[in-house]
Design a protein around this ligand. Structure first.
Ligand SMILES: [Zn+2]
Ligand SMILES: [Zn+2]
Length: 221
């Protein structure tokens, strides 16, 4: 008999909760459900991380030895963490950079291995994989078709891993249909002389279409 290890059980549970959440967001949200999940994951990750950075010296050392964060995440971190936490972390990075100037140290002093990027990318991959899994069911495809759908960034990622050629074609065609559906609204909005004459609800389509075309990395803008 095959026995399921604790780790395998956790993976199964994780995937089933991700699938449930994707279906939830397909129904509830205006924009890309995958961008939305990744942004929430990132925010939670940053919130927990800033707490650890503030309180644990060894975490500050670890992050410093990784070279800190990439530009985008340094700035996200700066927004979420308190001023003092930012200073503590930056001071540890300075120390790390100075002490590792020893020429026998082979470590790349100025390279960055952003742990936030790494975790977010891994989670994003799982989300895209689970999204393609749920599309095998017609019921889910019908739900999805009625929405504004995923962004072009996630479409490309999903396209790469879908094995079923019919679903692949369907997803790409649906992407186009979802944009075409907005055409009438954008024509109508273009016909107004002033932006402020345009219905508030309709104006929201501006963000929806930008996200559809380019994906979204932050809710802050
Ligand atoms: Zn997206
Ligand atoms: Zn990063």
């Amino acid at each position: 008999m095959m026995s399921i290890t604790e780790a395998e059980k956790n993976i199964v549970q994780f995937n089933s909760s991700v699938k449930k959440e994707i279906i939830n967001r397909i129904v509830k949200e205006n924009g890309c459900p995958l961008c939305s999940m990744v942004m929430d994951f990132e925010f939670d990750f940053l919130a927990k991380l800033q707490h650890k950075v503030a309180n644990e010296e060894n975490i500050r050392r670890e992050i410093s030895s990784e070279g800190g964060f990439c530009d985008f995440h340094f700035r996200q971190f700066k927004k979420i963490a308190g001023g003092k936490t930012n200073i503590l972390l930056l001071n540890t990075i300075i120390e790390e950079k100075i002490y590792s100037k020893d020429p026998s140290d082979k470590k790349d002093n100025y390279g960055i291995e952003c742990r936030i990027c790494n975790s977010v990318n891994e989670y994003e991959k799982e989300c895209v994989k689970n999204f393609t899994d749920i599309l095998r069911q017609e019921e889910n495809r019908n739900k999805y078709k009625a929405t504004n759908g995923i962004c072009s960034v996630h479409l490309k990622q999903a396209d790469k891993i879908i094995a079923d050629e019919n679903i692949k074609l369907w997803l790409n065609n649906t992407y186009k249909t979802q944009i075409e559906r907005m055409q009438g609204d954008f024509e109508e909005m273009s016909s107004h002389k002033s932006f402020y004459e345009i219905d508030r609800e309709k104006r929201k389509l501006i963000n929806v279409l930008i996200e559809k075309l380019a994906g979204r990395k932050t809710r802050g803008l």
